[in-house]
Design a protein around this ligand. Structure first.
Ligand code: CAA
Ligand code: NAD
Length: 287
C-alpha cells in the first residue's frame, strides 16, 4: 500500500507561520522568541484569560531583553517591542491559524493521552506540508506521532526554560521522522538564534553507548541547556577515566540502576591507558 504521506516526505519546509498550542511558561517563551525573529505566530490556549496573561508575560520579558539590547536607546526598544507584539496573535479557536501553519508546536500539559488527542485532531485540520512538533520533556515522540497519519512530519523540539535566555534546543527525530523534517526544524531553531542539537531520544546521556547521540552533542546540551560549565564527557576526562571507572564499578551494588550500566567505551579507553586530560587522551584528544 502506498502511504499517503510519501509525496510530501521529500519537501523541505521553510517555516514562517507558526502555531503554538499551550500558552504557559514554555509556549509563551517560544512565541516570544519566534515573534522576535520575524515569524508570524498564533498562540493558542483554552481561555482568553490565560492568553491575556501569556501576552503580558511576553511583554514584560521583552522589556527585560530590550533593557540590555537597546540600552541607551529606549525609543528603539519600544519600537522593537511593538513590532514583536504585532507578530503574535492569540486564539482559543485555532482552525484558521492551523490552515496556514508551516509548523504547529505543542507545549501543553505533560500527558500522553491529551497530547495524542491534540495531535490526532490537528492531523485532520492541518495542510499536508505542516510539521508537528512537541516540546515534551519526557514522553516518547513516536507515541505522540502515532496518533497522526504523518509520523514523517512529527518530531520533538525541546526548548529549555527560560526560553528567551536558554540557547539550547533539542531536535528529536524518531525512526519515522524524515530527514527533510529534521532539516526544516534545524533551520527553524537556527533562525530563532538558538543552538540545536540532534537527538534520537530524550535523556541522551544514557544512550551514548547505543550510538543515539554524539559525545559532542551531549556536552553541548549539558552546557547550553543545563548551564553546566563542562559537559559530562569533558568533565570525565578532567576527573580521569580511571577514577570514573572506579565510581562506576562501585555502582555494581545497584545492578538495576541504569546510571551504573557498564560502558564498553569507558572500559576500552581505560584498558588502552587513555585516562583523559592527564594522559592527553580520553573521550577527547588534548595537546
Ligand atoms: N526573559 C528575559 N530575561 C530574563 C528572563 C526572562 N524570562 N529571566 C531572567 N532574565 C534576565 C534578567 O532580566 C537578568 O538580566 P540582567 O542580567 O540584565 O539583570 C538576567 O536574566 C538574570 O536574571 P535574574 O537576575 O532574575 O536571576 P538569575 O541570575 O538567577 O538568572 C536564570 C535566572 C537565567 C533562570 C538562571 O537562574 C539559570 O540559568 N537557571 C538555570 C536554568 C536551567 O537550568 N534551565 C533548564 C531547565 S531544564 C528544562 O528546561 C528542560 C525540561 O524539560 C524540564
Ligand atoms: P504550563 O502548565 O505552564 O502551560 C501549559 C499550558 O497548556 C496551560 O496554559 C494550559 O492551559 C494549556 N493547555 C493544556 N491543555 C491544552 C489543550 N488541550 N489545548 C490548548 N491548551 C492547553 O506548562 P509548561 O511548563 O509550559 O510545559 C509545557 C510543555 O513543555 C510540557 O510538555 C512540559 O513537559 C514541557 N517543558 C517544560 C519545561 C519547563 O521547564 N517548564 C521545559 C521544557 C519542556
Amino acid at each position: 500500500i502506498k502511504r499517503s504521506f510519501s509525496s510530501s516526505a521529500v519537501r523541505n519546509v521553510v517555516i514562517k507561520n507558526v502555531t503554538i498550542i499551550g500558552g504557559g511558561q514554555m509556549g509563551a517563551g517560544i512565541a516570544q522568541v519566534a515573534a522576535s525573529t520575524g515569524h508570524s505566530v498564533t498562540l493558542v490556549d483554552m481561555t482568553d484569560d490565560i492568553l491575556k496573561k501569556a501576552m503580558k508575560g511576553i511583554q514584560s520579558s521583552l522589556r527585560r531583553v530590550v533593557k540590555k539590547t537597546f540600552s541607551g536607546d529606549p525609543e528603539s526598544g519600544d519600537d522593537f517591542i511593538q513590532k514583536v507584539m504585532q507578530n503574535v496573535s492569540t486564539s482559543t479557536e485555532p482552525s484558521a491559524a492551523i490552515a496556514t501553519s508551516d509548523l504547529i508546536l505543542e507545549a501543553i500539559v505533560e500527558n500522553m493521552k491529551i497530547k495524542q488527542d491534540l495531535f490526532g485532531f490537528l492531523d485532520k485540520m492541518a495542510p499536508e506540508h505542516t510539521i508537528f512538533a512537541s516540546n515534551t520533556s519526557s514522553l516518547p515522540i513516536s507515541d505522540i506521532a502515532s496518533a497522526t497519519s504523518r509520523p514523517d512530519r512529527c518530531a520533538g523540539l525541546h526548548f529549555f526554560n527560560p526560553v528567551p535566555l536558554m540557547k539550547l534546543v533539542e531536535v528529536i527525530a524518531t525512526t519515522s521522522t524524515s530527514p527533510e523534517t529534521s532539516e526544516s526544524l534545524l533551520n527553524f531553531t537556527k533562525a530563532l538564534g538558538k543552538t540545536p542539537v540532534c537527538c534520537k531520544f530524550l535523556n541522551p546521556c544514557l544512550f551514548l553507548s547505543a550510538g543515539h547521540a554524539s559525545k559532542e552533542d551531549i556536552d553541548t546540551g549539558m552546557k547550553l541547556g543545563a548551564g553546566y560549565p563542562m559537559g559530562p564527557f569533558e568533565l570525565s576526562d578532567y576527573v580521569g577515566l580511571d577514577t570514573i571507572k572506579f565510581i562506576m564499578d562501585g555502582g555494581k551494588k545497584e545492578p538495576d540502576n541504569p546510571i551504573f550500566a557498564p560502558s564498553e567505551l569507558l572500559n576500552k579507553l581505560v584498558a588502552e591507558g587513555k585516562l583523559g586530560k592527564k594522559t592527553l587522551e580520553g573521550f577527547y584528544k588534548y595537546n
